[in-house]
Design a protein around this ligand. Sequence first.
Ligand SMILES: Cc1cc2nc3c(=O)[nH]c(=O)nc-3n(C[C@H](O)[C@H](O)[C@H](O)COP(=O)(O)OP(=O)(O)OC[C@H]3O[C@@H](n4cnc5c(N)ncnc54)[C@H](O)[C@@H]3O)c2cc1C
Length: 317
Amino acid sequence: MAISVLVLSERIAGEHPEATFELLGKGSKLAKQLGGELAVAVAGTDYPVQELGGADVILELAGLEAGAYAAPIWEAGVAAAIAASSPRVVLMSTGTVGLDLGGSLATRFGGQLASYVIDLDVDGEEILATAQLYGGKMLAEVALDSFICFATVIPGSFPADDGRSTGSPRVERIEVGEKPKAVAMAIREPETGGVDITAAPMLVSVGRGIGSSDNLELVQELADALKVPLSASRPVIDSGWLPKPHQVGKSGKKVKPSIYLSFGISGAPEHLEGMRNAEMIIACNTDPGAPIFEVAHFGTTVDLFDLVPELTERFGG
Ligand SMILES: Cc1cc2nc3c(=O)[nH]c(=O)nc-3n(C[C@H](O)[C@H](O)[C@H](O)COP(=O)(O)OP(=O)(O)OC[C@H]3O[C@@H](n4cnc5c(N)ncnc54)[C@H](O)[C@@H]3O)c2cc1C
């Protein structure tokens, strides 16, 4: 059976990123619709193979080191995988690697590219992509009909669990020919500041509605009572009230906690991009027309300065 969908695993170091499993889950459905197989391209040979059971085929990009990412070298590697497998659709995430390579690979193979994609489907001969414009303020429905199509998908658009499977894909080695001269100097991990808001099962999140840094103590006490981290919208970070690792959103972290408690956050598209996939969103905002209520499962227009101390007392602060 021919390969119809190729997912690029953007593992630069350590484990496969969540986004890879999200793409494998969606890629598997697309491959079935297209009547072909799902392949995943992986840099190097030292990776947890068994975790990629969601794919039918693993294309090992020999000669590429996961820990030494340099865009021109990876582009040569992924191009070799595409040339060897001739997929109809190539999926990458809208992350460092996907943003680096999506445009240049689409140009190299003469295919159409949809960026900032949040959904994909097959309609006859066309691949339908729903893509964000203007930071999510508008959505575009795009029909891709080139013989090879590329999509960079926003992380969090599909459930990662759909792509986690313990199958036993066959492994094919792709020899990457002559590589451009580029040297990866070092990989710098972003500072966590001692807090990883992406791993927390629950977050207390605060926005500009808190008014000033002096009032932060109020929400910090609630977070402490619940034993969860404090996260925030961008204005809180830009004002220097909390450090950058606490920021949720487009230019911050994407979070998916079981419960996201938001206080004084309006729900701008750039913020929603980082938290709309939380399992339960509870919003407190005095403006009943605030867009956060469009994604919230529960909401209240009670003043946060009245509600937060009550909750802290209730949860044992
Ligand atoms: C390229 C780009 C990237 C961006 N990236 C991000 C990002 O990563 N994360 C992010 O968050 N934003 C980001 N932004 C900014 C984003 O557009 C919004 O400006 C920001 O999210 C607004 O933050 P906020 O909701 O805290 O503030 P506001 O929009 O000012 O909302 C404050 C809310 O508090 C409510 N409120 C006021 N007083 C109270 C009270 N006493 N009790 C209860 N509610 C009250 C108000 O009704 C209001 O809705 C980005 C923007 C751009 C252009």
